[in-house]
Design a protein around this ligand. Structure first.
Ligand SMILES: Nc1ncnc2c1ncn2[C@@H]1O[C@H](COP(=O)(O)OP(=O)(O)OP(=O)(O)O)[C@@H](O)[C@H]1O
Length: 263
């Protein structure tokens, strides 16, 4: 079985008046270990809901999700999540926040935990800020803390929901490049949700394009089959990059147009 198997998963929410909103149509998706998969689609189509089901934060209405052969039945430390809002502990220092990610690891000694915390501190370039409290650092740095803390917990999969969505363009670009470096160093399996198609093509091994709500998979684009694994910002001018970007945008725009027509 593949590392993550989403098998015939559908989701509907119940409204306060007892009605139902179908958000995800039965869909299946296999993700291999070490893949970086980006979810894109029209606004409100259900991509976060699919990711939250993988994270065990939502229960599928039907179908099953397996992570490393184990049925996903709720949240667990196997599934590390990074959200758009800075989910750091403001009363702790930068290093204290990263140490927090290791709090529940019983497989390693205290000395080993300290070594790992400092390794991730360094990996996200925050060693000079180790003793700063969170309220003294920028939004981009806070997001780096959240990523380091999540990685330090050694999850099987990293689930990232618009993690750079609240950042200014330059910080966002810097973090995208850092995330690519981190990924090369760590080889984590990642599911990443974004509205930004450039970001999607820059980061992805595969881009899964969802339809309008209720979500189904419109396309599964193997970006790494065309673009080199090691990418810098110069890839934005590459003709293959622009072609994938154009194709993805055309699919999303087409869905958005049909949503508008239905309104
Ligand atoms: N707990 C809930 N109860 C009812 N409806 C919900 C719930 N969670 C999500 N929805 C609805 O499901 C739909 C899909 O939401 P979701 O956040 O998965 O979409 P998305 O594609 O990630 O959206 P966006 O592009 O805006 O980030 C939306 O219409 C949303 O309002």
């Amino acid at each position: 079985m593949s590392f993550i198997r989403i098998s015939d998963v559908a989701k509907q929410f119940t409204t306060p008046d007892g009605g139902t909103i179908p958000v995800v149509r039965p869909l299946s998706l296999d993700i291999e270990e070490g893949e970086f998969v980006v979810f894109v689609g029209p606004s409100g189509c259900g991509k976060t809901t699919v990711m939250r089901m993988v994270g065990g934060l939502e229960t599928p209405t039907s179908g099953e999700i397996y992570l490393k052969d184990k049925l996903v039945e709720g949240p667990s430390r196997d599934k590390g999540m990074v959200f758009q809002s800075y989910s750091s502990f403001p009363w702790l220092t930068v290093l204290g926040n990263i140490r927090f990610g290791l709090k529940y690891r019983s497989d390693i000694s205290a000395a080993e935990k300290e070594k790992i915390a400092r390794h991730y501190l360094d990996l996200v370039g925050l060693t000079p800020f180790a003793d700063y409290t969170i309220n003294r650092i920028s939004g981009g740095m806070r997001q780096r803390v959240a990523i380091a803390r999540t990685l330090a917990a050694n999850p099987l999969v990293l689930l990232m929901d618009e993690p750079f969505g609240a950042l200014d363009a330059l910080s966002r670009e810097r973090l995208q490049l850092q995330l690519m470096d981190l990924r090369r160093a760590e080889r984590k399996t990642v599911i990443f949700v974004t509205h930004d198609v450039d970001e999607a093509v820059l980061l992805a091994d595969r881009i899964v394009v969802f339809s309008k709500r209720p979500a189904r998979i419109l396309a599964d684009i193997p970006v790494s089959a065309t673009l080199p694994e090691k990418r810098g910002l110069d890839i934005l001018d590459h003709s293959d990059f622009r072609k994938i970007r154009r194709d993805v945008l055309a699919l999303i725009r087409n869905e958005e147009r049909s949503m508008e027509a239905a309104e």
